[in-house]
Write a protein that binds this ligand. Structure first.
Ligand code: E4P
Length: 218
C-alpha cells in the first residue's frame, strides 16, 4: 500500500520523506490555509520538495468550465500535480474533459461506492473515499471502502483508490488488509504507526544488557 501524507505543511512532508516512506501528498483548501503561507507559495514548495511524486491540489470553482480553467492553471505548476475535483455533477463534466486532456485527477469528497463507480467509469486517476467522515455520520467508512475495492476488482477499473479522512492507525491497518492502493494519512497518525511501546521497552533492555556485557562495536 502506498503512503501519502495528508498535509500541506512542508516540515511534515520532509520528515516522512526522510523516513523513506513517502509516496505522495494530498492537500485541500483547509490544509493549505493551515500553513499560514500564501496558498501558491505553500503548494510550490511541496511540488519542488517531491518533484517525482504526485501532489493533489484542489480546484475551488464549482462549475465545470471554471474547474477546467483552474485545473489547467494548477497543472502548469508542476509535472507531478494531480487535480482534486469534488464529486458533483459539474465535477463529472470536468473530470471527463481533463481525462481527455491527459491531466491527472483525484475525485474528492466521495462517500459512497456508487460515486466511486462513476468516478472510475470516467477514467479518473484516483478516487478518494472519505472514510472518517462517513464514520462521523454513523455509517461504516471501512465498509464503503471495502465495497469500492470489490467493485473496482469486479469491473477491472484502473482508477487508484486513496483511502482519505483517516483518523487513526486502525483505519490504516484495515485499509492495508483490504488491499487499498493508497492511504493518505495525517502526519500524527503516521507517527503513531511507527511507534510501539514494546519496541521501546525491548530496546532499553538490549542497551542495558549491552552495557553490562561491555559490548562495544566501534
Ligand atoms: C483527502 O484528500 C482530504 O484531504 C482529507 O483526507 C480530509 O480529511 P478530514 O476529514 O480529516 O478533513
Amino acid at each position: 500500500m502506498k503512503i501519502f501524507v495528508d498535509t500541506a505543511k512542508i516540515e511534515e512532508i520532509r520528515k516522512v520523506k526522510e523516513w523513506g516512506i513517502l509516496d505522495g501528498v494530498t492537500t485541500n483548501p483547509t490544509l493549505l490555509s493551515q500553513t499560514g503561507k500564501p496558498w501558491k507559495e505553500a503548494a510550490l514548495e511541496i511540488l519542488r520538495e517531491i518533484p517525482d511524486k504526485p501532489v493533489s491540489l484542489e480546484v475551488i470553482a464549482t462549475d465545470a468550465e471554471g474547474m477546467i480553467k483552474e485545473a489547467r492553471e494548477l497543472a502548469k505548476m508542476g509535472p507531478n500535480v494531480v487535480i482534486k475535483i469534488p464529486f458533483t455533477t459539474e465535477g463529472l463534466k470536468a473530470i471527463r474533459v481533463l481525462t481527455e486532456e491527459g491531466i491527472k485527477t483525484n475525485v474528492t469528497l466521495v462517500f459512497s461506492p456508487l460515486q466511486a463507480l462513476v468516478a472510475g467509469k470516467l477514467g479518473a486517476t484516483y478516487v478518494s473515499p472519505f472514510l472518517g467522515r462517513v464514520d462521523d455520520i454513523g455509517y461504516d467508512g471501512m465498509l464503503v471502502t471495502e465495497e469500492i475495492v470489490h467493485i473496482y476488482e469486479v469491473y477491472g477499473i484502473e482508477t487508484e483508490i486513496i483511502a482519505a479522512s483517516i483518523r487513526h492507525v486502525d483505519h490504516v491497518r484495515r485499509c492495508a488488509h483490504l488491499g487499498v492502493d493508497i492511504a493518505t494519512i495525517p502526519f500524527k497518525v503516521i507517527e503513531q504507526m511507527l511507534k510501539h511501546p514494546l519496541t521501546d521497552i525491548g530496546l532499553s533492555k538490549f542497551l542495558e544488557d549491552a552495557k553490562k556485557a561491555g559490548i562495544q562495536i566501534l
